[in-house]
Design a protein around this ligand. Structure first.
Ligand code: AMP
Length: 214
């Protein structure tokens, strides 16, 4: 099963994608995670991405399309994948369609998770991420048992640079201008499934499982 998670930053796509990935036994592919790993390792891609990400802007389409093209060729994608944070523009969606057609594959579901700006801003500003395993927490709604330490792996929790207040508005603007048109794009192809991202996390997961039949 090949799934796209669509939605604004902070809506909970990553958290839900991680859960669904475990349930379905297929990889979660997050362009944001791949880029952050490159920034951490100081690769040429990471050096290019760092400043753009800190400004809350999108990387050039060609760069992220290249990343995804290589990732989808890996053997663990054979039985399916969950794309989280890609595509984010119509050009990326077109490129994805081409890649999949070449591989004899197609997208089965696009889950559109929605929430209002106020909820998104609150969620993003309280979000903390584990440096080691990537698990996400919220200081208020979903705190770890010991402050600053990941329950799963004991790793250090940190606030992403682009989760700081100044950058969040820019990310939301980028989403509205460049990513929102994908709602129309995929609903026109009959692939769009809507989920209320303001519902409690367990309810959101339950709705997604029902939609995907898993
Ligand atoms: P995310 O973790 O999905 O919120 O992504 C963090 C940042 O990585 C974004 O704000 C962009 O700067 C960059 N990024 C991630 N995915 C994409 C993409 N598909 N296209 C362009 N930039 C991306």
């Amino acid at each position: 099963m090949n799934v796209i998670m669509l939605g604004p930053p902070g809506v909970g796509k990553g958290t839900q994608a991680m859960e669904l990935s475990k349930i379905c036994g297929i990889p979660q592919i997050s362009t944001g995670d791949i880029l952050r790993a490159n920034v951490k390792q100081g690769t040429p891609l990471g050096l290019q991405a760092k400043a753009i990400m800190e400004r809350g802007e999108l990387l050039p389409d060609a760069v992220v399309i290249g990343i995804i093209a290589a990732r989808l060729e890996e053997p663990d994608c054979e039985s399916g994948f969950i794309l989280d944070g890609f595509p984010r523009t119509v050009a990326q969606a077109d490129a994805l369609e081409e890649m999949l057609t070449r591989q004899g594959k197609r997208i089965d579901h696009v889950i559109n998770v929605q929430a209002g700006d106020e909820v998104l801003t609150r969620r993003i500003s309280g979000r903390r991420t584990c440096r080691s395993c990537g698990r996400m927490y919220h200081v208020e709604y979903d705190p770890p048992s010991s402050p600053g330490i990941c329950d799963t792996c004991g790793g250090e929790l940190y606030q992403r640079d682009d989760d700081r207040e100044g950058t969040v508005q820019r990310r939301l603007e980028e989403y509205r201008a460049k990513t929102q048109p994908l709602i129309q794009y995929y609903s026109g192809r009959g692939l769009l499934r809507e989920v209320d991202g303001e519902a409690p996390r367990e309810t959101v997961l339950k709705s997604m499982r029902e939609l995907l039949g898993v």
